[in-house]
Design a protein around this ligand. Sequence first.
Ligand SMILES: *Cc1c(COP(=O)(O)O)cnc(C)c1O
Length: 366
Amino acid sequence: MSRAHNFSAGPAALPEPVLRRAQQELLEWGDARASIVELSHRGPEFMQVASEAESDLRNLLSVPDDYGVLFLAGGATTHQALMALNFAAPGQCADYVLTGHWGKTAIRQAGAYVRVNISASGEDDGFRSIPPRESWRLSRDAAYVHITANETIHGVEFRPAWGEPAPDVGEAPLFADFSSSIASEPLDISRYGLVYGGAQKNLGPVGVSIVIVRRDLLERAGQPRADIFSYASHLKSDSMLNTPPTWNWYLAGLVFKWMIEEGGVREFARRSEQKAALLYSTIDGSAGFYRNDVDPAVRSRMNVPFFLADAGLDAAFLAEAREGGLIGLKGHRVLGGMRASLYNALPLEGVRALTDFMQDFGRRHG
Ligand SMILES: *Cc1c(COP(=O)(O)O)cnc(C)c1O
């Protein structure tokens, strides 16, 4: 076996016990005489898998009963468009707090269906901080207020030190893109109207998204749309309006079980703090060899972009890291440099291996 520590931002590392179990179960499901991925989504075997996954996710995230949980094909980007279609009346506006690349994507997708008001933006600051709540200009009649809980590329996350993980936005429901930080710490879902994310960062494989939505919001008319784009229709049919991504749903379900066995979101919050603290302190203690430019109050626990003072060493850094069993460290093309993603499936020992390597590399090239 030569599996490396995988710091990829997404698709990302999955827990090894989950991969082993999927491998073991792949050929035949119980006494079904076929694989779970070869069986009807409406048959008893998959229905059981689907409902267990939902109840495990509800337990894991303490989802209140007045919220529906959807497992839908398509990535987070799809939902950035669908939320406007479903919750904004024609001509209505929605408020967006822009804190990085994915907030921009959200605005681009929603812009076709809703009047976008950018309430605040961190762009002038290179997305290295989050504009203080007092500076946000919220509309009086917004359909919703959208934030990106964790910016996967810019490494900026809403943290308690900044104010609240879920800022108070008044009347309009708060919609939050949690693609890259869901299940990394306890979350008070009741503060949100809608929480969504693609699974491929912290929850499972790419190809399925999770949408957690307050049921009363589904009574809004929204805009004319096909049934297949309607969250209300999907909820009514238990996310089986059409054939759901059964393989992805099943694998995500295994990840939920693993997270529960490991101690749940409180335990992952503890591990995340520990992993992030170790990496940031290594960067900050490197006498400028490495640097991360994000305001410490909002540094992401999940995605840590960092730069070598001498970008000419980037290629050597990546090659030597790979040689040492550390992969997925190349930064996103928007920022360049490096990025280490520290999702739930990445153990502390992976971060130790990375920081040991970084110190050693710094000594040899500093
Ligand atoms: C990855 C990511 C997305 C995009 O997800 P897709 O599944 O590629 O559509 C959106 N928002 C955030 C915060 C992400 O990390």
